[in-house]
Ligand binder design. Structure first.
Ligand SMILES: *[C@@H]1O[C@H](CO)[C@@H](O)[C@H](O)[C@H]1NC(C)=O
Ligand SMILES: *[C@@H]1O[C@H](CO)[C@@H](O)[C@H](O)[C@H]1NC(C)=O
Ligand SMILES: *[C@@H]1O[C@H](CO)[C@@H](O)[C@H](O)[C@H]1NC(C)=O
Length: 405
């Protein structure tokens, strides 16, 4: 008896300490800086004319940058710290802080989210990873390592895709169709993200609707519907709706930003700064909202190499200049691909709804929030202020219904 009590007390103490645990000052600073990185990276990627859907996890990008810093020396290393706005941070604080941040925000219990994050560094067959690097990159960044013969492109691509599919339980079947520059190192982030909502959607109310990619192009998608009280703001000056959907434990939430009517997202993107998003959030009010959100699976893969170069990571990606000698003990590597790939699933599942609200006056005259045309979203962490995901949905998967062009 006393044993079980002691165990129970111990467990209680563990739970309490996990909840109260404050983030270290380094992790707090890095969380804040990674949120800035979210916007600069998003804008850089949105400039690319060929890019449709965007799906990036800024905290995972920050963590991959940390892994590069761990393997880099001299100015190659200082460039990484500069992008993270952590020039003045000691190396050990950088690595410990990023590691702390990622384990905090990816905690499935507190964030009530399925988030599988798998990271791998592929090197050419000729490379030998040092034991220290293998150990430390696993410890801080949960990276594993693999050698791959990138000269045999087809089998290299297959093996990267097979690993990604396997480590995401098949949710992310493909990271890439090709790998460039077989003599370099390749980073792969393979992720699966599925939020569990604070309020569940009724599965029986899911119906088939249209998503308007543009005025003349429509895709059929299943749509889920729910009425409830949500933080909502209508920016009537800019014709934009902003809605906050809390996840299960209210430690993180998904924020949808959508123009009133179907239009290309460029106008909205011009307004999209961290400050503007904070302003929208601060103006939100808890209101009755009739929500309709597509029930979709989105798989997006980006090669971030050139975007990171634009943000200042010019040496690591340059064969002549890169000093990644802390990876192999020799100056024989540079970064040739940074594949950042995620599958996102928006599903009905969430916590049971307090049905007493339906009998009250609170749900009268709800605002309509009908997510049926291109939108931007963020998954924001409430405790650390970091951004778990930022992205846009321009073209969901589904059958084309109408093309009047
Ligand atoms: C290189 O790695 C070693 C061992 O992990 C570490 O002690 C050293 O600080 C690293 N050098 C740089 C410049 O990061
Ligand atoms: C989220 O919370 C609910 C209710 O506590 C639980 O059933 C579900 O498994 C959780 N999901 C995750 C991914 O933590
Ligand atoms: C963030 O947490 C605070 C305090 O727990 C809570 O009042 C607030 O509603 C949360 N915000 C969101 C967006 O979930």
């Amino acid at each position: 008896m006393w044993m079980t009590n002691a165990v129970a007390l111990c467990l209680l103490a563990l739970v309490a300490s996990a909840e109260d645990k404050k983030l270290s000052s380094h992790a707090t600073m890095l969380a804040d800086n990674s949120a800035n990185l979210a916007f600069s990276l998003y804008h850089n990627m949105a400039k690319d004319k060929d890019t449709e859907n965007i799906l990036i996890s800024p905290v995972v990008v920050a963590s991959s940058l940390g892994m590069i810093a761990l393997g880099a020396k001299a100015s190659t290393a200082s460039q990484v710290k500069k992008i993270l706005n952590a020039d003045k941070l000691k190396d050990e604080h950088l690595h410990a802080g990023l590691s702390e941040l990622l384990s905090e925000v990816s905690d499935a219990k507190t964030r009530n989210t399925t988030w599988k994050i798998n990271n791998r560094l592929y090197g050419p067959s000729s490379v030998s990873f040092t034991d220290d690097f293998v150990k430390n990159s696993k410890k801080h960044y949960n990276y594993d390592h693999s050698k791959i013969n990138l000269r045999d492109k087809r089998s290299a691509v297959n093996s990267i895709n097979e690993w990604a599919a396997k480590s995401t339980d098949g949710k992310l079947p493909e990271v890439t169709k090709e790998v460039q520059n077989p003599d370099g190192a390749t980073i792969v982030n393979a992720m699966f993200f599925k939020p569990h909502w604070d309020e569940t959607f009724n599965d029986k109310l899911v119906d088939s609707r249209s998503f308007l990619v543009s005025r003349s192009f429509t895709i059929g998608v299943p749509m889920m519907h729910h009425s409830g009280l949500y933080d909502f703001y209508e920016d009537t000056e800019n014709n934009i709706f902003v809605l906050n959907m809390p996840l299960g434990q209210k430690q993180a939430s998904m924020i949808f930003i959508m123009p009133h009517y179907v239009e290309p997202l460029q106008r909205l993107e011009k307004l999209l700064t961290r400050k503007q998003v904070d302003t929208w959030i601060s103006k939100m009010e808890n209101k009755a909202v009739a929500l309709s959100i597509p029930k979709i699976e989105l798989e997006v893969s980006h090669n971030l190499q050139k975007h990171l170069a634009k943000l200042g990571l010019t040496e690591a990606v340059d064969k002549a200049k890169a000093d990644l000698s802390n990876i192999s003990g020799k100056k024989d590597l540079y970064l040739s691909n940074v594949f950042h790939a995620s599958a996102l699933e928006l599903d009905v599942k969430g916590n049971p709804v307090d049905t007493s609200i339906y009998d009250s006056e609170k749900l009268r005259d709800p605002k309509l929030f009908y997510l049926d045309h291109p939108f931007i979203f963020l998954v924001k962490d409430n405790k650390t202020n970091s951004i778990l995901y930022i992205g846009r949905v321009v073209r969901p998967k589904g059958d084309m219904l109408r093309d009047e062009l």
